[in-house]
Write a protein that binds this ligand. Structure first.
Ligand code: GDP
Ligand code: MG
Length: 329
């Protein structure tokens, strides 16, 4: 017990000193499937949490190939150039255990990865989306405790992962292709509703004009969709990572949003709600697992499922009976 406490303290000291190796090791503990590793990881987290929470948390999503990694690298290099310490985390539930991930294509962030002020962590591999997102939340607390003052979370905007990421960041940015919305390749309305900032990316070369039109189209659409919610009107801008355009403007918007939301007390509210939602997510997952693992439930469930399917009993009645049988602990 004291041995573990000592071990946990060792990790914490390393993380708080900004030691990248200890940061990586602490996150690995939290991602581990071994119960003892996770228990130690949670002890480390307990001690780190008071030091976390000071970063600006930004989520970046968009369809595959829109240039998320390129944009993050361009932005990241700019930020470390300003003396900021940046962490990039990824949420990619589809990544195979082989290590493939949306950040797996290292070539694109090679330059950023070499910067001492930047820490890049690929997505935890395997597990459910919920599990992957939980690990990323924990990793975020670790990198914040290590003194990173900007955390960028990259995810692919094709499923539900963007909802998970939106629930852990202060500002959520969606990258679009020039011409998005003109056809079926356009992003879903649901994704637009999550966006605090939209970036029409690859606004360069022959696509520049189209990008500008896409920007104008989305600007009016977005104001109708989300005008004034939490005091922030979503903004749309164009950018090109290749040409380095729109990157500074994007960061200015992030700072403007941060300042405005802090002043209104909205930032704190958003984070408190996010933390409470995280608790409920964990409770729901835990209850679900306990229910599935309960012997009394396991003995009765197949029969009641069959009875519900055959309309011999209503679903509400079957659920009520099963919940009565459920005696966790
Ligand atoms: N024209 C143009 N191409 C870009 C830009 N940024 C990235 N790309 C290209 O788009 C492709 C996908 O980029 P990547 O960053 O891996 O996209 P991700 O899948 O969204 O992370 C690559 O071939 C990049 O070279 C840009 O600003 N302009
Ligand atoms: Mg990528």
């Amino acid at each position: 017990m004291t041995e573990t406490a000592d071990e946990a303290r060792g990790y914490c000291e390393g993380v708080l000193a900004g030691d990248r190796r200890q940061v990586a090791r602490a996150i690995t503990l939290l991602e581990s499937t071994r119960a003892d590793h996770r228990a130690l990881g949670q002890q480390v987290l307990d001690q780190l949490v008071p030091h976390a929470g000071k970063a600006i948390r930004v989520g970046i999503t968009g369809p595959p190939g829109v240039g998320k990694s390129s944009f993050i690298e361009a932005l990241g290099l700019r930020l470390v150039g300003q003396g900021r310490r940046l962490a990039v985390l990824a949420v990619d539930p589809s990544s195979p255990v082989s290590g493939g991930s949306i950040l797996g294509d290292k070539t694109r962030m090679e330059e950023l990865a070499r910067e001492p002020g930047a820490y890049i962590r690929p997505s935890p591999s395997g597990g459910t989306l919920g599990g992957v997102a939980q690990r990323t939340r924990e990793a975020m607390l670790v990198v914040e405790a290590a003194g990173h003052d900007v955390v960028l979370v990259e995810t692919v905007g094709v499923g539900q992962s963007e909802v998970e990421v939106r629930a852990m960041v202060d500002l959520f940015a969606v990258l679009l292709q020039p011409g998005a919305g003109d056809d079926l390749q356009g992003i879903k309305k649901g994704l637009l509703e999550l966006a605090d900032v939209l970036v029409v990316h690859k606004a360069d070369g022959p696509q520049k004009e189209l990008a500008e039109r896409t920007r104008a189209d989305h600007e009016s659409a977005l104001q109708l969709l989300r005008g004034g919610v939490d005091g922030w009107t979503p903004r749309v801008l164009t950018a090109s990572s290749v040409r380095g355009e729109g990157i500074a403007e994007f960061w200015e918007l992030v700072l403007e949003h941060h300042e405005q939301q802090s002043r209104a007390g909205q930032l704190e509210r958003r984070r408190r709600e996010q933390t409470r939602a995280w608790l409920w997510r964990l409770l729901e997952d835990g209850l679900h697992d306990a229910f599935r693992g309960d012997p009394a439930i396991a003995a009765r469930l197949p029969e009641l499922e069959a009875a519900v399917e055959a309309s011999e009993i209503t679903a509400p009645r079957a659920a009520a009976e099963l919940l009565r049988l459920f005696r966790p602990g």
